[in-house]
Design a protein around this ligand. Structure first.
Ligand SMILES: Nc1ncnc2c1ncn2[C@@H]1O[C@H](COP(=O)(O)OP(=O)(O)OP(=O)(O)O)[C@@H](O)[C@H]1O
Length: 245
């Protein structure tokens, strides 16, 4: 039986300014362990807002986010931070590596923050991750000595450091050339194939089509869901159920 890694129930995120703005407007979603989910949609449709809620970087106005069976809406900020650190790995369009640290030190950071491994084990894991991502020769380099694709692979290694259940990636290939995009997307695919769940926001329809499932967001709602075989399940605009997996 498939295991659910992430469940989102009745998710709403509203912000109050001069006028109230609804960024996420009633999303229900269930993502399986090892599933690769792509989130697409026009600019401003609420993709990043949804991703930040899923990664507990932001809190919903209404609804619940259940990560590996654990409801998160009633957790304290400290408890949320702990779930973020141990269950979620983040990759953003910009790598956010610390410039004064080497690749190795950047990957060690989340493990040090978690504080559950010996120094030797942390070093071995960081080295193994960087080597598996083709960066075995670059471990002592600082971010400004690496190419864009290499930096993003270090960011991926850092995201994987604490063996998170869910990798949350916001336009991870947005700044990369075609070859590096292919490489990073291939790594994300491998991560999912190895049983971790990947949720990625992308503008790139061709990349999204390679995910197991794509949800297309319009005005903060799921407008359409497409599975890996390219067939849409349901179009919210027409309400027609066309395909059941
Ligand atoms: N804190 C906020 N206060 C007010 N408006 C916000 C806030 N955060 C986001 N928005 C607005 O909400 C809408 C959704 O933003 P979001 O970043 O989620 O969209 P997106 O689909 O990821 O867009 P893009 O593809 O351009 O990154 C946008 O119009 C954005 O300007």
């Amino acid at each position: 039986m498939s295991e659910i890694a992430l469940e989102v129930v009745g998710l709403v995120r509203r912000v109050q300014g001069v006028v109230s703005h609804t960024l996420v407007n009633g999303i229900d979603l269930s993502v399986q362990k090892g599933e690769f989910l792509a989130i697409t949609g026009p600019s401003g449709s609420g993709k990043s807002s949804l991703l930040y809620l899923i990664g507990l970087l932001d809190a919903p106005t209404e609804g619940e986010i259940i990560i590996c069976g654990q409801p998160t809406s009633k957790l304290s900020e400290t408890e949320r931070a702990d779930v973020r650190l141990t269950k979620c790995g983040f990759v953003f369009q910009f790598h956010f590596l610390l410039p004064e640290f080497t690749a190795l030190e950047n990957v060690l950071l989340p493990m040090r923050a978690h504080g559950r491994m010996s120094t030797k084990d942390m070093h071995e894991r960081a080295m193994a991750l960087l080597t598996s991502l083709g960066l075995g020769e670059q471990v002592a380099k600082r971010p400004n000595q690496l190419s864009g694709g290499q930096r993003q692979r270090v960011a991926l290694a850092r995201a994987l450091a604490n063996r998170p259940e869910i990798i949350v990636a916001d336009e991870p290939t947005g700044n990369l050339d075609t070859a590096s995009t292919e490489q990073v997307f291939g790594i994300l695919r491998d991560i999912a194939d190895n049983g971790q769940t990947v949720v990625v926001v992308t503008h790139d329809a061709a990349l999204a089509a390679r995910a197991d499932r794509r949800i297309h967001i319009v005005d903060g709602k799921i407008h359409e869901t497409t599975f890996g075989n390219g067939k849409p399940e349901m179009t919210a605009a027409t309400g027609t159920a066309e395909y059941q997996p």
